[in-house]
Design a protein around this ligand. Structure first.
Ligand SMILES: [Zn+2]
Length: 600
């Protein structure tokens, strides 16, 4: 399977060019130092085609690196773009126990720089790859990192050195690795992105599964190219190379019963490929199957990357045009004011299914004595069938984009994340008072345990375990004064979708959901009981409506009736002293127009 067993690349000029994994017959994968040493040998031997550069440091201080392969020694991103070639960025080992893509990229780079046939892959494409993204996790090597996975002997750890899952960090950008990635990404501005993983989940015959988002939040021309061209071609070419590909990263509707079919999964921007939707670039998620042996997985990963490079070579000009169009349409999102179209923030399954051919393994569902619940046992006998797959998506949440947002200057961590994403903004040069739309939010409930270092109020159904309850945010039109230094974010920019997703409170990975605005929900003053005991009778005497409401509550709500604090707070919560707290008042304003704002 995959690259020829006795590749002509193995011995060139009397030198053994086998990768460390090939030399170990795929029993092991090299540590970071050995990985870099191999890459440096190639870059030194082929300086006109391969080049390595640093793009930042991990939390533990290791150097993050990209490797660039270019046919003519052109390693400058601006000049590459000017040449009309496309840039493919491949990320490996974000989950550092899943290092198949790293070993595949080492072999692919070698074959490209040494092999005449593979050299064609660089005709219209420049390959940029991150050999290991989560390096600190990669160096935490153990035989017990990946309980689900069939080799290699030692594997790295899923999270980074502060135990953050970097593939949940793309929107909030807490980790130094994420910050470095975003800077590197915008310097290179790739035309196509790949994130290489290994599955967790069901057992089936496919060794290569993959997914490229082409749903309602991807511009229709790009989505059409992905659906009609890239996805079927990747499947065909990987299969032709002797592997078995399925164009969906498989999740089951019922983990214990594959016959219930394949589930829908949305792709919020906390994930790498979810972020790509907001960056207006196609993002390919590759998942090699965890139970296939390491050689099958590495060569399968090699073949999907090779196939993708072939496809990008054939359609380089078309892809550049699609991306330009996607950037322009993003920069237009805020221009239509009240007549603008709703922008989808979140998708969910529509209930529409299609029957797909599926090559699984026969399985038995049995009552488990261990768990006390139904469980599944897979056999090694092929189960070639058709299954229902959730193929329909509908918009679960949308918003009409404003012309721009205005953020008070004190919300520095919120503004800092926008800056890390490269979103363009300006500052008020003097105080400004004007009409804006603002949200009032209430009913939020926070989870009782942390998720990715925070206590987020995430959407249910996002495969996350620590989720709170979002409550509601209602828009009001108000006249508000914003101080000098307030940040004005126009949506007339290619990264408008980042601003919308970060600043619309209900968006699946908004600043509010991740807790950046948590203080606005805190009550800072409370009424002393003896003060409220004086206030309450006065208010009851003055306000018959209030008295009726209080009496009814006492009559109908026994918990309330028997809770002295709640009975006193009833009056506080309806007083001007409560309104002065401004609890739930979301400080970001939605601007209908940016005309006349004093900014620079
Ligand atoms: Zn993974």
């Amino acid at each position: 399977m995959g690259p020829p067993e006795e590749s002509s690349s193995a011995n060139v000029g009397g030198t053994d060019w086998r990768t460390p994994a090939e030399m170990a017959n795929y029993r092991t994968t090299p540590d970071y130092a050995t990985t870099v040493e191999y890459l440096e040998r190639i870059a030194t031997a082929y300086p006109g085609k391969a080049h390595i550069e640093d793009f930042g440091k991990t939390g533990e201080g290791r150097d993050l690196k990209i490797v660039v392969a270019s046919k003519d020694g052109l390693f400058d991103p601006d000049r590459i773009h000017a040449s009309g070639r496309t840039i493919l960025l491949v990320q490996n080992s974000i989950h550092a126990g899943e290092m198949d893509g790293k070993d595949a990229c080492l072999a692919l780079l070698r074959d490209i720089v040494q092999d005449r046939d593979r050299a064609k892959l660089l005709e219209n494409v420049v390959l940029v790859f991150i050999p290991v993204y989560n390096i600190d996790g990669h160096e935490r090597r153990s035989a017990h990192s990946r309980i689900n996975q069939n080799g290699p002997e030692l594997a790295g750890w899923r999270a980074n050195a502060t135990n953050l899952n970097l593939n949940r960090d793309y929107m909030k950008a807490d980790a130094p690795e994420t910050r470095a990635f975003l800077r590197m990404f915008h310097r290179w501005m790739p035309d196509f992105f790949v994130d290489d993983h290994v599955t967790d989940g069901a057992d089936f015959q496919y060794d290569v599964t993959f997914d490229i988002d082409a749903t309602a939040d991807v511009p229709p021309p790009t989505a059409k190219w992905i659906r009609d061209s890239v996805t079927p071609e990747l499947t065909r070419r990987v299969n032709a190379a002797g592997h078995l590909a399925f164009p969906n990263t498989i999740f089951l509707n019922d983990d214990t019963d594959p016959s219930q079919g394949l589930a829908f999964h949305d792709n919020p921007p906390r994930f790498s490929t979810g972020l790509m939707i907001l960056e207006n670039r196609p993002g390919l998620l590759v998942e090699l199957h965890m139970l296939k042996d390491y050689k099958t997985r590495v060569t399968g990963n090699y073949e999907i990357l090779r196939s993708l490079m072939e496809i990008l070579n054939e359609s380089a000009a078309a892809l550049v045009a699609l991306n330009r169009e996607a950037d322009l349409s993003a920069a237009n999102l805020g221009s239509n004011g009240k007549h603008g179209e709703a922008f989808p923030l979140c998708l969910e399954k529509s209930g529409e299914t299609s029957r797909v051919e599926f090559l699984g393994y026969e399985s038995t569902r049995f009552p488990s004595e261990v768990s006390g619940a139904p469980a599944v046992r897979y056999s090694s006998k092929p189960w070639n069938t058709t299954l229902p797959m959730q193929t329909g998506a509908k918009v679960a949440l949308s918003v009409r984009p404003p012309a721009g947002y205005i953020i008070p200057p004190q919300w520095t961590s919120v503004i800092d994340v926008l800056a890390a994403h490269g979103v363009t903004f300006q500052h008020l040069t003097k105080e400004w008072t004007g009409e804006v739309e603002r949200y009032r939010c209430s009913g939020m409930r926070w989870p009782g345990k942390p998720f990715e270092g925070r206590f987020p109020i995430l959407r249910a159904g996002n495969v996350e375990r620590a989720i709170g309850e979002f409550g509601t945010c209602t828009l009001t039109v108000e006249t508000v004064t914003y101080r000098v230094g307030s940040v004005v974010v126009p949506l007339s920019q290619r990264l408008s979708k980042i601003a919308i997703h970060w600043l619309e409170p209900a968006a699946p990975d908004s600043a509010l959901r991740w807790g950046f605005f948590a203080p606005i929900f805190e009550q800072k003053e409370t009424g002393e009981a003896y003060v409220l005991e004086k206030l309450a009778p006065e208010e009851l005497a003055k306000n018959p409506g209030l008295k009726a409401e209080f009496d009814r509550r006492v009559r109908t709500d026994p918990h309330f009736a028997s809770d002295p604090t709640a009975r006193l707070e009833f009056f506080y919560d309806r007083s001007p002293w409560w309104r002065a707290q401004r609890v739930g008042e979301y400080p970001v304003g939605r601007l209908a127009s940016l005309d006349g704002l004093p900014v620079s």
